[in-house]
Design a protein around this ligand. Sequence first.
Ligand SMILES: *[C@@H]1O[C@H](CO)[C@@H](O)[C@H](O)[C@H]1NC(C)=O
Ligand SMILES: *[C@@H]1O[C@H](CO)[C@@H](O)[C@H](O)[C@H]1NC(C)=O
Ligand SMILES: *[C@@H]1O[C@H](CO)[C@@H](O)[C@H](O)[C@H]1NC(C)=O
Ligand SMILES: *[C@@H]1O[C@H](CO)[C@@H](O)[C@H](O)[C@H]1NC(C)=O
Length: 547
Amino acid sequence: MKFATSVVLASAFLLQDSLTIEERATATPVKNTGKRGLSFNNPAYTMPFSLSGQNSQVSWAYNWYQTPGSGFNPALEYVPMLWSNASDLTGQWASNAQAAINSGSKYLLGFNEPDLCLPGAGSSCIEMPSAVKAWKQYMEPFAGKALLGSPAVTNGGSPLGLTWLQNFMGNCTGCHIDFINIHWYSNKWAGANYFKQQVQAAHAMSGGRPVWITEFGLDNSTPYTAAELQSFLEEVMEWMDEQDYVHRYAYFMDTTGALMNSGGTGMSDLGNVYNSYPEVSSASSSAPASSVTAVLSASSTASTAVPSAVFSSSESAIFATTSTYTSSSRTTSASTSSLTSSSSKSSAVSSILSSSSSTKSVPVATQTASEAAGITILSAYFADKDVTTAATAAFVQNGNLVINTYTLTSALSLQQDPWWGVVKTLSVLYSDAANYTHIFSEAEQSGMYTVNASAIPSSAQTPSIAASYGASVDVVGVVWGKQQIKTASVFGRIYYQQATKWGFEMSTQLFGVDGLWGNEKVGIVWYRDASKVLKSLVAREGQWVKF
Ligand SMILES: *[C@@H]1O[C@H](CO)[C@@H](O)[C@H](O)[C@H]1NC(C)=O
Ligand SMILES: *[C@@H]1O[C@H](CO)[C@@H](O)[C@H](O)[C@H]1NC(C)=O
Ligand SMILES: *[C@@H]1O[C@H](CO)[C@@H](O)[C@H](O)[C@H]1NC(C)=O
Ligand SMILES: *[C@@H]1O[C@H](CO)[C@@H](O)[C@H](O)[C@H]1NC(C)=O
């Protein structure tokens, strides 16, 4: 139904253009059998691929999640993934996986980078016994109903990467692993040669199973040109298409500035190459490209429902951390183990919510009469982008905050990644029924959170620290990375800056703590001016701001 609407809108759109209508109105989704897939967050971005007249090689897609979201290209096979053993994901898995199978999915993917334990990396970091247990409990029941893909491992050196996978297969006795699933990132110098070696190494340990490469790309540890990236991609795609044991692959990723153009209105040049290389015929290459734009914009207009089930990937995380783990792969086990031991991701994640059990007697926790009024979002930022309005629509449910950090981009209806290449944080300043203010701040892809209006964790409450140095504002709340700052001396420094009106730099030094280890951060200072109007100073790490 939705697709039919898109086509109608699309053809109206096309009338304005110079090419003939027939030529363009024929660009409809068509299935093909190519090995290429799309790794996406925004289902609308699957639409430009695999249309008639493109000789498309793109036949499937996945979003690190269990359901594709609305607006997904009907020509593509959706492949669900059980991202980790987290109960919010395993709880829905059986029904989502079965629903996908009923709709034609033939494959299911196991965990995402369980071998990598790096906070904010977008990896699932699962200890071996837990991974085996979760596989047996959640994946095995689907053996024979779909083909099961192994946990997707990084190209990190032992004990990560293929070593981890080998150990998993050794430990998971009686498990049905139908194909091997790997990721690869490195720099342009390592390039295609290292890529092929890694795929061959996976083949060598696969026991004859097919190999999928569900994320790959050049990392940005060494800058590369668009031409270098394109020639890397062409070389490895051609090679993979020739290897019988490589069944499927997905470049990272189908988003703006990568396979989509920067405006998100159609394929980028690289996207065109990915879609059709090496068979782009001159007759069909230009016409579909612009009609795709029309289809896409029409379809995003038509789909008013916000897709709720799209996994916000590790897009940025991967790039931000790849250089870290690829370099660790070439270093000693000593540095690898320090990498592994820094695996505070899951514990850090639950900080705000788990602390609700130890809620102290703060005024807000005792509200009863007025709790029906619930939570009001005063201001919200995703990275340094103001998303206050969209956050209110997306996250306030029955007066509570319900936030799924796996789906932020789609929940906030963002067409573009606000800070490509970095793990972003969602920071929300909210008030309760009694007008106390609190802060929620977490990294993308770190979990699903509910802040119950009648049991707001005391840790969320903002401190009340009076102005000093003659400052004429009231600082309401401060966040650095994903950490709320409550230190009086930091408030003092901020008041000092307001009083002097000098510029200051958003830095770990200013805030006194690294609020998101290993990643570039956004700093937010919410304050009320002399007229009590809520304002904010927001900037990225290293940038200067001024009251
Ligand atoms: C998931 O695995 C981790 C080990 O990495 C374990 O600590 C945790 O309890 C597991 N979660 C569930 C819900 O079983
Ligand atoms: C099980 O995994 C551990 C590492 O977690 C590894 O040392 C061991 O060799 C594996 N066992 C088998 C049978 O592969
Ligand atoms: C909270 O603030 C709003 C707006 O300033 C005001 O209308 C309301 O009465 C206040 N509520 C309480 C309980 O103080
Ligand atoms: C919120 O907390 C109250 C009190 O603990 C509880 O009765 C209520 O069921 C909770 N609501 C939700 C949506 O969890």
